[in-house]
Design a protein around this ligand. Sequence first.
Ligand code: 5RP
Length: 264
Amino acid sequence: MGDVMDWGMKNRLSRIIQKDGHTVMLAIDHGYFLGPTTGLEKPWKTIEPLVPYADCLMPTRGILRNCIPPDIDKPIVLRVSGGTSILNENLLHEGIIASIEDAIRLNVSGLAFSILVGAKYERDTLLTFSEICDMGQEYGIPVLAVTAVGREMVRDAKYLALASRIAAEIGAHMVKTYYCEGFEKVVEGCPVPIVIAGGKKIPERDALEMAYNAIQAGAAGVDMGRNIFQSSNPPAMIQAVRAVVHENATPDEAYEIFQQGGKE
Ligand code: 5RP
């Protein structure tokens, strides 16, 4: 049965990753370095119609406290890294921006922290990440490593497999990374579930194809933001993404759902 902490860890993980082994996480943390990102100027206005179709939300504590009603029944993966903005040349040299005590007070199901493998501040972010993993372990809260990629770095399978594996070796319970050609290699080399970020907004059909390819390559799901909330029809888009992740829908089937404005 495992001890109580083990139970808490597994319980929280099972709230994030659904019984089919997959998850649709809705990333809404962008403001922590981008400010009022297009689509998230009034967070709750955008998020409310999407909540029923998300398995999990990923905000910062500021958006959680101020914009998300406390009675929603969705697990929260709290962004706990930050400290630099888009205006800073050392963007992504992040530290801890929320304490474990506050995360517990907010009743979160997971902690998200960005690491910067292969860049100038690699060591700082990896060592701080290991502290977050220790905190998560102590209180039974899973940790999602976000493999941030610097502006000048290549997002290929070799690099993303390296970054994802390092995250898992240090103690991540889940990894968020980018989709790339040969994504199977990234998944094969990483012993914990992987979710993909959507990245910059691309046409809906392309984003659905990317999600489909990631799932076929073994990803557990998506932690997608801009390609959902910046879509011309966000509720339809998240339903289409959901069909890919949970129902094995092909890109064409999912795009049809999007074009019809959703499933119902
Ligand atoms: C940065 C992040 C983002 O804040 C966000 O979660 C990414 O989501 P998307 O790329 O799908 O908009 O993780 O590293």
